[in-house]
Design a protein around this ligand. Structure first.
Ligand SMILES: [Zn+2]
Length: 259
């Protein structure tokens, strides 16, 4: 039975991944979200049987049926990664009981994950955090978490994470941090609550420093290179969304034994 659930979750992830690809393309090109998909090169409509997540990419051998131009590897990659993350969320969240609470928690974590994937890709590709994504995400995160946290806890987390970036914004006069980062801080505060938001910030900064240093050492970046902070924050938020309790437990154990 559980494998049947896994199968359904993977299918759902592939469909959401396909939708995310479409959304990112349309946001970038300022097009309406609704309407049939078309080839970005020749603008011809894509038949439904050429628009099956993952499968169509391979059946078409990565080329458009009409103009034979290459389809970006981003499309199957995002679909595959979304499906994997949806499965990981399900395995980490499902407690083998079909209670309303548990189902709501799974639905919440999938929704947050989808938003984090969009934020990650957009910031990674274009160094931008869009209000068109962040504002709806803030509203949805707030409503979802009214079921799981008390109001004060949520507001405190949003204030601290937003304030943390706002301070950097003031100190650097807008050089290190943009307005989008402040709103992203508020969003991840609302997604995680207090004190989980602290864990996410620490993970994101550690991860960013390791990757940044790696790029500088291998001369693929300099100290002045732009950092997709939103991409790192998305990863940190995802990790603490699923495993914050385990991370805190692990951290307390380390301190207990004096390592
Ligand atoms: Zn085409």
């Amino acid at each position: 039975m559980i494998y049947f659930f896994y199968f359904i979750v993977i299918l759902l992830g592939l469909i959401i991944g396909s939708f995310i690809n479409c959304l990112i393309y349309r946001l970038k090109n300022k097009q309406a979200i609704t309407g049939r998909s078309f080839c970005p090169q020749c603008k011809k409509q894509i038949n439904w049987y050429d628009n099956i997540p993952l499968l169509s990419y391979f059946l078409l051998r990565a080329k458009c049926r009409w103009c034979r131009k290459k389809i970006s590897l981003q499309y199957p990659l995002v679909e595959l990664i979304t499906a994997m993350l949806f499965l990981i969320v399900f395995i980490a969240t499902y407690n083998l009981q079909l209670t309303t609470y548990n189902l709501l928690l799974i639905l919440r974590n999938w929704t947050f994950t989808a938003f984090l994937i969009i934020i990650f890709i957009y910031d990674f590709k274009y160094y931008l955090i869009l209000d068109k994504i962040i504002i709806p995400a803030i509203i949805i995160a707030f409503i979802f978490n009214l079921f799981f946290y008390n109001l004060l806890n949520l507001l405190l987390a949003a204030l601290i994470a937003g304030g943390f970036f706002f301070l950097q914004f003031i100190v650097s006069r807008g050089q290190w941090i943009g307005g989008g980062d402040i709103r992203l801080g508020i969003l991840i505060g609302l997604m995680l609550g207090w004190p989980n938001i602290l864990v996410a910030l620490v993970i994101s900064y550690v991860l960013g420093s390791i990757i940044g240093l790696g790029l500088i050492i291998t001369k693929r970046a300099t100290m002045k290179s732009t950092v997709p902070l939103g991409a790192f924050l998305s990863i940190g938020t995802f990790i603490s969304l699923l495993w914050v309790d385990k991370i805190i437990e692990w951290y307390l154990n380390i301190n207990l034994y004096g390592f």
